[in-house]
Design a protein around this ligand. Structure first.
Ligand code: GLU
Length: 429
C-alpha cells in the first residue's frame, strides 16, 4: 500500500510551496487508495510554535485535505536516541563531546527519482554528521530516516531543495538495515521572473490568501497548476477530478513560476461559477467574519449587489472594495474622479434629480428612458451625465452599469446621492 507523508516544520506558516508538496502527497495517496501521514517536524523546540502548527493544520483542512495519521517528532526523542545507540553499537556512529556523529562510508549513491529520473550522487559534503546534539536533541536527516522507516513510508515526495539530503539519508537507511523508499523531488516554485520565491512573490501564507478572499477550491486548483497538468490544456480542475487523474511522474521536471494574475483568474472563475445565491452566502460569511457587513443590509439586497459585481471581482475582498458604496452611505469620492468633479454641472444634475423623482416604477428600463430623455433635453450626450452620476452614486469612476446600479440602490438613495453631489459643488465652488 502506498504510504506517503507531508512533514512540515512548525517554524512558520504554510506557504505556497509547502501547500503544493502537501497536495501532491495527498493526491498520490488518495489516487492509489493509500495513506497520507502528517508528520510534524518539531524537533527545534525553540523555533517551533503552537500558533504555526495550528495554522498549518487549519490551512491543510481549509484546502480540502485530510490525513490518516499524525505524528509529532518532539514526542519521539527516545526513539531517535535508541536508534542512534544501535548505530553506535554497529560502529556506524560514535559519541564525541556528548553528541552522536554518524560516520558516512563514502560510496556512490544512485536513485531513480520518480520525477527527475536517474540521479547519481558522487560526492558527500562531509565525512560525518551530528545526529544527536549534545543537548540530546536529534537532527533532521536522522529523525527523517528513522521515521520514514518506522512509519513504513514507501514514497518520499518533497521539494527539490532537499535533494542534497537524499544521499545522506540513503546511507543512514543502509547503515540501519532499512529499505529505502522511492523518491520524487518536486521542482521549486519560481518567482514570476524565474528566480527564487521572495517575500514579494508567493511568500503569502495560505491563511493570508484565505483572509484576502481566495476560495479554497480555487487555491487548490491553482496549486495543482504549479507543476502538474491534467492534459488538454485544462486549467480548471477540482480536487475530486485531480484525485482520479494524478500521477506523480506527470509532474514537470522544470520549475513552475508563480503568477498572481493566474491565481486571480482561477479565483474569478470559481466565483463566477457559483450561483448568485451561493456566492451571496460566501460573501456574507466573509464580510461578517471581518465585521464589514452593516446590520442594515438585508440578504435580498446583498444578493442583488452580488449579482452586479459577480463578473467584476477576482477575490471576496475585491467585492468589499468595489461594492463599498452599496453597503455604506459614508463613502468618499476617489482620487481619480477629480477630472469629473471639476466640471460643475449642478444645474443639469438638479434637473436629473427632478425628473428621476417623478418615476414610480424605479426599474432599470424606466430609469434609462428617463435618463436619456433628460440628457437630450439638456443638450448633453448621455455619457456627460453618466460619468458624474456614477461618481455621485458610488464615489468611483468605474463600476457596474449605471441603470442597474440605480435600480439596486433604490430611488431614495439615488436621489439623496445626486443631491449630495450638487451640494458638494455648492460647497467647493
Ligand atoms: N521538515 C522538512 C521541511 O519542512 C521536511 C523535509 C522532508 O520532507 O523530508 O522541509
Amino acid at each position: 500500500m502506498v504510504r506517503v507523508r507531508f512533514a512540515p516544520s512548525p517554524t512558520g506558516f504554510l506557504h505556497i510551496g509547502g501547500a503544493r508538496t502537501c497536495l501532491f502527497n495527498w493526491l498520490y495517496a488518495r489516487h492509489h487508495k493509500g495513506q497520507f501521514i502528517l508528520r510534524i517536524e518539531d524537533t527545534d523546540l525553540e523555533r517551533s510554535k503552537k500558533e504555526y502548527l495550528d495554522e498549518i493544520l487549519e490551512s491543510i483542512k481549509w484546502l480540502g485535505m485530510d490525513w490518516d495519521e499524525i505524528f509529532y517528532q518532539s514526542q519521539r526523542f527516545d526513539l531517535y536516541r535508541e536508534y542512534a545507540k544501535k548505530l553506535i553499537d554497529k560502529g556506524k556512529a560514535e559519541q564525541k563531546e556528548g553528541a552522536v556523529f554518524f560516520k558516512y562510508e563514502f560510496q556512490k549513491v544512485e536513485i531513480d527519482d520518480l520525477i527527475r529520473g536517474k540521479i547519481v550522487f558522487t560526492e558527500l559534503p562531509k565525512s560525518e554528521e551530528v545526529i544527536i546534539k549534545s543537548d540530546g536533541s536529534p537532527t533532521y536527516n536522522f529523525c527523517c530516516i528513522v521515521d520514514d522507516a518506522l512509519m513504513n513510508i514507501n514514497y518520499v515526495i518533497r521539494g527539490e531543495d532537499h535533494i542534497s539530503n537524499t544521499p545522506k539519508q540513503i546511507l543512514m537507511y543502509k547503515a540501519l538495515g532499512f529499505d529505502t523508499p522511492q523518491f520524487a523531488h518536486v521542482p521549486l516554485i519560481l518567482s514570476p521572473q524565474g528566480g527564487r520565491m521572495s517575500k514579494r512573490f508567493g511568500a503569502t501564507s495560505i491563511g493570508e490568501y484565505q483572509e484576502q478572499g481566495y476560495l479554497s477550491k480555487a487555491m487548490v486548483n491553482y496549486l495543482l497548476l504549479l507543476g502538474w497538468s491534467a492534459g488538454k490544456n485544462r486549467e480548471i480542475i477540482t480536487l475530486e477530478e485531480a484525485k482520479e487523474l494524478f500521477e506523480i511522474n506527470d509532474v514537470n521536471k522544470t520549475g513552475a513560476a508563480f503568477s498572481q494574475d493566474k491565481l486571480n483568474w482561477v479565483n474569478s472563475e470559481y466565483l463566477k461559477s457559483q450561483s448568485t445565491k451561493d456566492l451571496t452566502i460566501t460573501i456574507e460569511d466573509f464580510l461578517m467574519k471581518k465585521n464589514l457587513l452593516p446590520s442594515s443590509v438585508s440578504k435580498d439586497y446583498l444578493e442583488k449587489v452580488v449579482e452586479l459585481f459577480k463578473e467584476r471581482i477576482n477575490t471576496l475582498n475585491d467585492f468589499h472594495i468595489q461594492a463599498h458604496a452599496f453597503l455604506h452611505d459614508d463613502y468618499e469620492y476617489s482620487e481619480d474622479t477629480k477630472p469629473i468633479l471639476e466640471k460643475n454641472i449642478s444645474e443639469q444634475i438638479q434637473e436629473l434629480i427632478n425628473r428621476l423623482s417623478t418615476i414610480t416604477t424605479f426599474d432599470k428600463e424606466t430609469i434609462e428612458k428617463e435618463f436619456r430623455a433628460t440628457a437630450q433635453s439638456l443638450g448633453l450626450k448621455a455619457k456627460d451625465l453618466v460619468h458624474p452620476a456614477r461618481v455621485a452614486l458610488s464615489g468611483k469612476r468605474v463600476g457596474p452599469g449605471l441603470f442597474e446600479t440605480m435600480e439596486v440602490l433604490g430611488k431614495e438613495r439615488v436621489l439623496k446621492r445626486l443631491e449630495r453631489l450638487v451640494d458638494y459643488w455648492r460647497r467647493t465652488s
